[in-house]
Every structure is written in structure tokens, then in C-alpha cells.
Design a protein around this ligand. Structure first.
Ligand SMILES: C[S@@+](CC[C@H](N)C(=O)[O-])C[C@H]1O[C@@H](n2cnc3c(N)ncnc32)[C@H](O)[C@@H]1O
Length: 194
């Protein structure tokens, strides 16, 4: 195993770092505008987490949106994805507020709490979405929101509905199913805080 591979069950499909260019290019920017997709959830000074950040298509804009007094943690399994994000953060002048964090396969492992968490096109790649949602509870402030967006092509409506049920069974409440987010989308809050 090379140092860039990650341990996953045989049936899990991780988007490899070699495909980063598919996730991070100007054509995607034309179709999915991070500021438009995330603007309503982010404010200056916010602490935000981009979990399963890949090459940081959203992380950089998130760091711009939270401003110099905010903070973004870009978290992923793959060190080469994180290296791209760190490089881009310097290039875009947001390295002061963006840190990268390497997750374990079955544990995000962040100790801080966020005002907003994004999980874009990543939940279907986790070995156990239910376990993922259980851990995510400790990562969000009581007033915070979690936006999950899943790709329509890989995640059919039935699978998405199961994912939402899994989350609701793990302490989350779905409060919105917004359109125009680039896939099947749901906004969660913590059930005890709703
Ligand atoms: C399809 S990519 C999407 C990347 C990014 N969110 C975007 O929209 O461009 C999914 C990413 O999630 C990461 N990922 C998958 N399972 C993960 C896990 N259990 N913990 C952290 N990251 C994970 C993968 O390494 C990959 O970079």
C-alpha cells in the first residue's frame, strides 16, 4: 500500500486524488458556484468544516466567506487532496484561516465545534453513514447547521431517503431539502437543539 492509499472496505468507493481535476476546474465553477450554494449558511467570523473536502473546491470560498476572523477546517482521508487544499489556501491568501485535517477511515477526529458543516458528495463514500452521523453530532454547535449534498448520478432517491433516515435515527433533524445545490440536498440541525 502506498502512503496515499487509504484503508476502506472493498465495497466502499473513494474518489481518488488522481481524479481531483474532475472536482476542481473552471467548468464546475460555471455550474456550481460555491458562494451561491453556501452563502445562506455562512457568515463572517464563523467556524466551518468542509468534511470530505477533496481538492477544496468549496473550502477556499468558505474561507473567503468567513473572513479574517473566521476559521475553516478542510478534512479528508487523502493526504494528497489535503496538500492541494493547503497549496490553494496560500495561493488565494486564506491560509491564515484555513487548516487541513486528515481523517481516519472511520473517524473524522476533529475536536472543535462548528457553526456550519458541509458534506458535499461524500456521505455515500463513508463506510458507515450512520456512524458518520453519530460522530458528526459532537462537531456541531447547538445552533449550527449541517448541509449534505449527494450526487444524483451515484445516489438515487431511495438511497438518499435511507441516508436521511439513518441521520434522523442518529440524532439529526432534517429541516430543509433545498433545491439548486448541485445534487440531492438536505439541511440538518441537531434534534436536541431544534
Ligand atoms: C467525491 S469527493 C468530493 C470532494 C468535495 N467535497 C467536492 O465536492 O469537491 C469525496 C471526498 O470525500 C473523501 N472521503 C470519503 N470518505 C471519507 C471519510 N470517511 N472521511 C473523510 N473524508 C472522506 C474522499 O477522500 C474524497 O476526497
Amino acid at each position: 500500500m502506498s502512503d496515499n492509499t487509504v484503508s476502506q472496505p472493498a465495497d466502499a468507493h473513494i474518489c481518488p486524488h488522481q481524479f481531483a481535476f474532475i472536482l476542481d476546474n473552471f467548468i464546475r465553477k460555471l455550474v456550481q458556484r460555491p458562494a451561491k450554494i453556501l452563502g445562506e449558511y455562512l457568515q463572517e467570523g464563523y467556524m466551518a468544516i468542509d468534511v470530505g473536502c477533496g481538492p477544496g473546491f468549496f473550502s477556499i470560498d468558505m474561507a473567503k466567506m468567513v473572513g479574517p476572523h473566521g476559521k475553516v477546517i478542510a478534512a479528508d482521508l487523502q493526504p494528497k487532496m489535503l496538500a492541494r487544499v493547503a497549496h490553494k489556501a496560500i495561493k488565494h491568501g486564506v491560509a491564515d484561516r484555513l487548516t487541513v485535517h486528515q481523517c481516519d477511515t472511520d473517524r473524522i477526529g476533529i475536536e472543535q465545534q462548528a457553526d456550519f458543516i458541509l458534506a458535499f458528495y461524500m456521505v455515500h463514500e463513508t463506510p458507515s453513514p450512520r456512524k458518520f452521523f453519530e460522530e458528526m453530532q459532537s462537531l456541531l454547535k447547538p445552533s449550527g447547521k449541517l448541509l449534505v449534498v449527494e450526487p444524483r448520478m451515484h445516489v438515487k432517491q431511495a438511497a438518499f431517503d435511507i441516508m436521511v433516515s439513518d441521520a434522523q435515527a442518529s440524532g439529526w433533524q432534517a429541516i430543509d431539502f433545498p433545491k439548486g445545490k448541485g445534487g440531492r440536498a438536505v439541511v440538518f440541525v441537531l434534534k436536541n437543539a431544534a
